[in-house]
Design a protein around this ligand. Structure first.
Ligand code: FMN
Length: 452
């Protein structure tokens, strides 16, 4: 079983930061992240996952704004710092294909692969929110189709840049006076619709060849993108049945793309609310839910549905028809599906989404959580899990000290780290170099640099 710890905000529950054991002012304090990483490494996790966005919602004149969004330090900066205080733990950092350039992103992740000693993964996102577009000179966000077209080209260029240095191209040969081997460094000469990149990169190929490529979008186009590129899919399901169907569908799409099922690990988000007894866990959940005022939960719900306005509707009535959101189609489908399937009122739905419960929440003892993970894993619903503790770091500690030993006793999880990269740990092959294998055509020197 693979395990990642989700270090978004102060936990998977919107009110996690208000829990008595939550760390204050955590999100600007590297000691907080170091503590969480140490806990995850003590629990022998494959890695931690750092979500991100490149915008902050515009101010609104009510108290909702005071709790809707948390600050986010740059994931690359956090990861560089965490790599110095951990030895085995992997890191998945989020970065946007809509609001970055391939050269600078490929360089950042190649640098992180070196700095972490082969422990880096890239969560490829195309971004979802309008406010992100407004920070990059655009009046509105790229539409869904264009976003994925751009993302496809972006990843194609990034792979070429990572391959532009063949393994062994850095000689540092003191006797011969040759620092590099120019025959093993290649121009990229990429001429696409969205990107023109000369290359080569100015960073040698990292220990993993490419960072582990992670993806989370799950609309039809998102699933095809994942089948083409993703080595880990981070997905969210409220039931085991939908997770099983998703994994089976992804295996079929991988096969159509000429890839083996094994080449992509499917990891489901799980929020564990753990207590010494089921009643204690339920009390924690009730207290957390009560710490989110209704307007804040409504703000979260309206945002996930694509910034709709639900203020004119009775909170104790059903969710009205809302237009499909182009922000995140899969999230929209999940939230609307949850409301319809479970016959929830707007108020109940708002409480569910604010509690992080569009993914699976397990409220109970450590044994209840271990049972649930075992059932999902052995029934083929997932290759592993992204553990979104409701509050941090204490919620993650409860998992590491309570659930991990049970998974180990049942032979489902490692009892020590083996040496190796994040790729090795996840059972993913190191990619061949496209220039060395001849998959990428060499670029004639006169075409490097002029963009032709
Ligand atoms: C579990 C999960 C985690 C995600 N994490 C992020 C994130 O950290 N940053 C971000 O910009 N988008 C994130 N997304 C959004 C996706 O990357 C994707 O852009 C979005 O779901 C829209 O794609 P879709 O319409 O194909 O679903 C996440 C989505 C899911 C389901």
């Amino acid at each position: 079983m693979k395990l990642l710890a989700f270090l978004m905000q102060t936990g998977g529950h919107m009110a996690g930061w208000r829990h008595p054991d939550a760390a204050p002012a955590a999100l600007t304090d590297i000691a907080y992240f170091q503590h969480c990483a140490a806990v995850a490494e003590r629990g022998l996790f494959d890695g931690v996952f750092i979500a991100d966005s490149v915008g902050y919602p515009p101010a609104r004149g009510d108290d909702v704004f005071a709790c809707l969004e948390t600050p986010k330090l740059d994931p690359a900066v956090i990861i560089a710092a965490l790599s110095a205080t951990t030895r085995h733990l992997g890191f998945v950092g989020t970065a946007s294909t809509s609001y970055s350039q391939p050269f600078e992103l490929a360089r950042r992740f190649a640098s992180l692969d070196h700095v972490t000693g082969g422990r880096i993964g890239w969560n490829i996102v195309a971004s979802t929110m309008e406010n992100e577009a407004h920070n990059f000179g655009l009046a509105s966000h790229y539409d869904h189709t264009e976003r994925y077209a751009r993302a496809g080209e972006f990843v194609d260029v990034a792979k070429r840049l990572w391959d532009s240095w063949e393994d062994g191209a850095m000689l540092a040969d003191k006797a011969a006076g040759r620092y590099t081997d120019p025959a093993r460094i290649h121009g990229v000469g990429y001429q696409g619709v969205h990107f023109q990149v000369a290359g080569p990169l100015n960073v040698p190929r990292g220990p993993q060849g490419h960072p582990v490529l992670v993806q989370a979008g799950a609309s039809d186009v998102g699933k095809r993108f994942a089948a083409a590129h993703a080595e880990v899919i981070f997905t969210s399901h409220s039931s085991m049945a939908t997770a099983q169907a998703f994994r089976a569908e992804m295996h079929e799409l991988l096969r159509e793309a000429g890839r083996s099922a094994d080449s992509c690990k499917i990891m489901c988000a799980i929020t564990p609310i753990i207590g010494a007894s089921a009643a204690e866990a339920q009390a924690t959940r009730t207290a957390l839910d009560a710490a989110i005022p209704l307007p804040v939960a409504m703000g979260k719900l309206e945002g996930l549905l694509g910034n709709v306005d639900l203020s004119g509707h009775d909170p104790d009535g059903p969710l009205p028809d809302v237009p499909e959101s182009g922000m995140s189609k899969s999230t929209w489908e999940q939230v609307v599906g949850l409301a319809r399937r479970e016959g929830l009122t707007i108020r109940q739905l708002a409480a569910q989404v604010a509690g992080g419960r569009t993914s699976r929440t397990v409220t109970g003892t450590a044994a209840d959580v271990a049972d649930e993970l075992e059932a999902w894993y052995t029934s083929g619903a997932a290759d592993g899990f992204v553990i979104a503790a409701p509050y941090l770091p204490a919620g993650l500690e409860l998992f590491v000290d309570g659930v991990v030993p049970l998974l180990q006793q049942r032979g489902l999880f490692r009892t020590e780290y083996a040496p190796g990269t994040l790729r090795d740990r996840l059972g993913l092959a190191r990619p061949d170099n496209g220039y060395a294998s001849g998959a990428y055509a060499p670029v004639r020197p006169e075409f490097i640099g002029n963009g032709a």
